[in-house]
Design a protein around this ligand. Structure first.
Ligand SMILES: O=C(O)CCC(=O)C(=O)O
Ligand SMILES: [Fe+2]
Length: 369
């Protein structure tokens, strides 16, 4: 084990299995009907697509999409920039480290559920600046701005990130429309919540790991924003907890595909320093779509890169079960909460390291209060 820090070691119950069973993959959905139609079109190709998305959200919480409309040149450009950035010496990367005042930038000591991840990250926001509440106090209306910091090298880093973000944002809005339709809502029902979005993006770098039987690239978690759209390279390592039996299933890389996961925003956000468990889509859908745990197994043979886009609503949005999805048979399962304040409260408690699981959406579950 040499001198590997024990803070990386998972409890025995959460260590990766070294021989993963070849199992079915998560659903693969072809979005080509959207290249010529609007999500709201009633053609049978789009209607079938909506049904496929609904099934995937209900049964897996995860799916992959192909023919998604994001140009591959744009993805290759950010992938190259990410590789060039992370393969520099650490002292170069630390020039754009995040700190107490700016949670955006480079970070290499992230913990998920109190265990250190075998990874390095670079975070940036899609709206630059992004507006958030300055404090968690419910009556304090003061706001603050989060602003991106870009490294000098590679020289096109910021440009590659911004261009890619705009293309994946377009895809995310389309996915949001399909998800709304799959819940029986009008196609644009959720889109307005993202007008002043708090979306952030992360470049993940998983270096070679000499203790892959003990550590994880990212520990098990659920993503806490509304929707995640992830690009992974061809190395593999992402695993999803299958709903039916709790088995960890590998998400095998599909060239040029995106992995989409609905539900909660789970993973530490740049606005937080530990894992939360907010489940926006789960709350909106009144528990019809549940967010799903996932993790990343490290590799001793090949470095891995991935790029998640965490689609987050405006800070002032009140997240609550949508009224169309509440009925006598299915009463509201959550109380409303303000997304920005919720986020800031969680960040504060995370930053003070009060407790790992600190504030979660489940605290807003009706009946549990
Ligand atoms: O690297 C991956 O495949 C997934 C990363 C992840 O789950 C996250 O950053 O929240
Ligand atoms: Fe995640």
């Amino acid at each position: 084990m040499g001198d590997v820090d024990e803070s990386f070691f998972q409890d025995a119950a959460h260590r990766p299995k070294l021989s993963t069973t070849e199992a079915e993959n998560i659903p693969l959905i072809d979005l080509s009907p959207l290249l010529t139609n609007d999500p709201s079109d009633t053609s049978s190709a789009v209607t079938n697509l909506v049904a496929e998305i609904g099934d995937a959200c209900k049964n897996w919480g995860f799916f992959q999409v192909i023919n998604h409309g994001v140009p591959s040149a744009c993805r290759e450009k950010i992938e190259r920039a990410s590789r060039e950035f992370f393969l520099q010496p650490t002292e170069e990367k630390r020039k754009v480290s995040r700190d107490e005042n700016n949670p955006l930038g480079f970070y290499d000591t992230e913990h998920t559920k109190n265990v250190r991840d075998w990874k390095e990250v670079f975070d940036f926001v899609v709206e630059n600046p992004t507006i958030l509440p300055a404090s968690h106090e419910p009556h304090d209306m003061e706001l603050m701005e989060l602003t991106n910091q870009w490294p000098d090298f590679p020289t096109n880093f910021g440009e590659a990130c911004e261009e890619y973000a705009r293309d994946v944002e377009k895809l995310s809005y389309k996915l949001l429309e399909l998800i709304a339709l799959s819940l029986g809502l009008s196609s644009k029902r959720l889109s307005g919540y993202f007008k002043d979005q708090t979306t952030f993006m992360r470049l993940n770098y998983y270096p070679l790991c000499p203790v892959r039987h003990l550590a994880l690239g990212v520990g098990r978690h659920k993503d806490s924003l509304a929707l995640t759209v992830l690009a992974q390279d061809d190395v593999g390592g992402l695993e999803v907890k299958r709903k039916t039996d709790g088995e960890w299933i590998q998400v095998k890389p599909t060239p040029d595909a995106y992995i989409v996961n609905v539900g909660d925003i789970i993973q530490p956000t740049p606005f937080s320093w530990s894992t939360g468990n907010e489940k926006i889509s789960q709350v909106w859908s009144n528990d019809r779509y549940e967010s799903v745990e996932h993790r990343v197994v490290a590799s001793s043979k090949k470095e891995r890169f991935s790029i998640p886009f965490f689609f987050g609503p405006s800070h002032y949005v009140m997240v609550e079960p949508l009224e169309e999805l509440i009925s006598e048979e299915r009463p509201a399962k959550y109380k409303a909460y303000n997304w920005g304040k919720f986020n800031t409260t969680r960040n504060l408690s995370n930053f003070k390291k009060l407790n790992v699981e600190n504030i979660q959406i489940d605290h807003f579950r009706i009946g549990d209060l």
